[in-house]
Design a protein around this ligand. Structure first.
Ligand code: ZN
Length: 50
C-alpha cells in the first residue's frame, strides 16, 4: 500500500484504457470537458491544467 502525499485522490486520465494521472482538461468534440494525462492530450484544445 502506497500513499501519495499530493492531493490524496487526484483525477485520472479519462481516455479509454489509460490509468495515468490526469494533467489537463481538454475540450473534446464528443465528450466535452475531459481530463486526460499528458500522453493523451493529442491535438485537442487544452482548457486548463488539472
Ligand atoms: Zn491518458
Amino acid at each position: 500500500m502506497s500513499v501519495d502525499t499530493d492531493d490524496g485522490f487526484g483525477p485520472f486520465c479519462g481516455a479509454l484504457g489509460c490509468t495515468d494521472d490526469a494533467e489537463y482538461v481538454i475540450d473534446h468534440p464528443k465528450h466535452g470537458e475531459l481530463t486526460v494525462c499528458s500522453g493523451c492530450v493529442g491535438d485537442y484544445e487544452v482548457i486548463r491544467l488539472v
